[in-house]
Design a protein around this ligand. Structure first.
Ligand SMILES: Cc1cc2nc3c(=O)[nH]c(=O)nc-3n(C[C@H](O)[C@H](O)[C@H](O)COP(=O)(O)OP(=O)(O)OC[C@H]3O[C@@H](n4cnc5c(N)ncnc54)[C@H](O)[C@@H]3O)c2cc1C
Length: 354
């Protein structure tokens, strides 16, 4: 099968560029290695509960996020969570923050919204990108689980890669024919890892009066949030605890994830509530690429040699989701300029039409 544009990754960046290009009339396929869409805007289903293991909230700052938040609020997908933030600095410091919005059904509802009407091939990992004699890219895909019947091959005139830059290097090796300088630019991008623990407590534990606390790195913590305060019906307190980058880096290859989760709970219990170290249920996730640490300082990274290839995502700046959105629109614009040069609909209208 040959399409105009293949987008690699169904996170915020991939789904945004794909939506805009598809609306312009291009044939677009999004290839995603996971079973669901949203990327790091991720929600995990746990017994009787769902918890946000990735992006914590959308903050109404920047140019694009306020537009998206407004539309998601209109659709009943997002609601205001808080505009007060707590910070730990040898005690609680309460600060006002930009309004923060969350999805009561889980933050992955955002990805599901952005993927409406989109052709997304789930459980397919891009393994190798190769230029072909007919002037198209060949994408060799690997099945990551047996539940999808999407094909294992795809050809495309333009490829937009939205995966974290270090994860793109394996499929952009010598066979892809991109320059060493291009690879070096990708290789220079660095991410911080993060360990995330989701902990549920018995019904007799009274939830605190705060919903979100930021921590300085020496505590081993980065953020603690009361996840259950995001849900409509959550009788038991559930917390999301994100580690500091340093804690995650020094435990990157530890196999005992539960043990790491317990260490984080102990730290949270020390600073916040003693009973946090006694969860009824614990689930731990490791993010190797959580937050951009050393970004690429342009909107995206593109080459036309040997064929049009545009890499974008949150690593093209420091504003996380806002950067991912901005970068993906820059990538869509470059892709369009190498195809039919259609008039691209402004993203606000594209999102409104979903
Ligand atoms: C714990 C945590 C908390 C966060 N909190 C916030 C927050 O509160 N606010 C905020 O703005 N940001 C937050 N972020 C960051 C935010 O989630 C990211 O900046 C944003 O989601 C990145 O979007 P993206 O589309 O660039 O990348 P991703 O979401 O990483 O999307 C890339 C996609 O590519 C897929 N993929 C990777 N390799 C392949 C392959 N070879 N083939 C096919 N598919 C592939 C991945 O599965 C993924 O779905 C948080 C991140 C983490 C981890």
């Amino acid at each position: 099968m040959t399409v105009d544009i293949a987008v690699i990754g169904a996170g915020m960046a991939g789904l945004t560029s794909a939506a805009q290009l598809q609306q312009a009339g291009y044939q677009v396929v999004v290839v995603e290695k996971s079973r669901g869409v949203g990327g790091r805007v991720a929600t995990r289903r746990l017994p009787g509960y769902r918890a946000d293991i990735g992006a914590r909230y959308l903050e109404a700052g920047g140019r694009l996020l306020p537009l998206l938040i407004e539309i998601l609020q209109d659709r009943g997908i997002l609601q205001l969570w808080s505009n007060v933030s707590h910070r730990w600095d040898d005690g609680f410091v309460v600060e006002s923050s930009l309004p923060r919005y969350v999805a009561p059904d889980g933050m992955n509802a955002i990805g599901k919204f952005l993927a409406r009407g989109m052709r997304v091939w789930l459980s397919r990992r891009l393994q190798q990108l190769t230029p072909q004699d007919d002037g198209t890219w060949h994408l060799s895909l690997e099945a990551t689980n047996g539940t999808s019947d999407a094909p294992l091959d795809l050809s495309a005139q333009v490829v937009i890669v939205t995966v974290p830059a270090p994860q793109a290097l394996p499929f952009l090796d010598d066979r892809a024919g991109v320059s060493e300088a291009f690879r070096a630019n990708l290789a220079a991008v660095e991410y911080d890892p993060c360990i995330t623990a989701i902990a549920r407590y018995t019904i007799d534990r009274s939830p605190p009066d705060w919903v979100s606390v930021d921590f300085p790195p020496e505590t081993d913590l980065f953020w603690v949030g009361l996840d259950s305060s995001k849900r409509r019906n959550a009788p038991q307190p559930v917390f999301a605890i994100h580690s500091s980058a340093e804690f995650a880096r020094s435990n990157l290859d530890t196999t005992d994830l539960d043990g790491l989760g317990r260490q984080l709970l102990d730290r949270a219990a020390h600073y916040l509530l003693p009973w946090l170290s006694e969860p009824e249920f614990l689930n731990v996730h490791r993010w190797r690429y959580a937050f951009t640490h050393r970004p690429w300082r342009q909107d995206c990274l593109a080459t036309m040699t040997p064929l049009p290839l545009i890499c974008c995502g949150d690593w093209c700046g420091t504003r996380h989701i806002e950067t991912a959105l901005r970068s993906s629109l820059a990538a869509a614009s470059i892709a369009n300029s190498h195809l039919q040069q259609e008039v691209l609909t402004p993203i606000r209208q594209v999102w409104r039409s979903l």
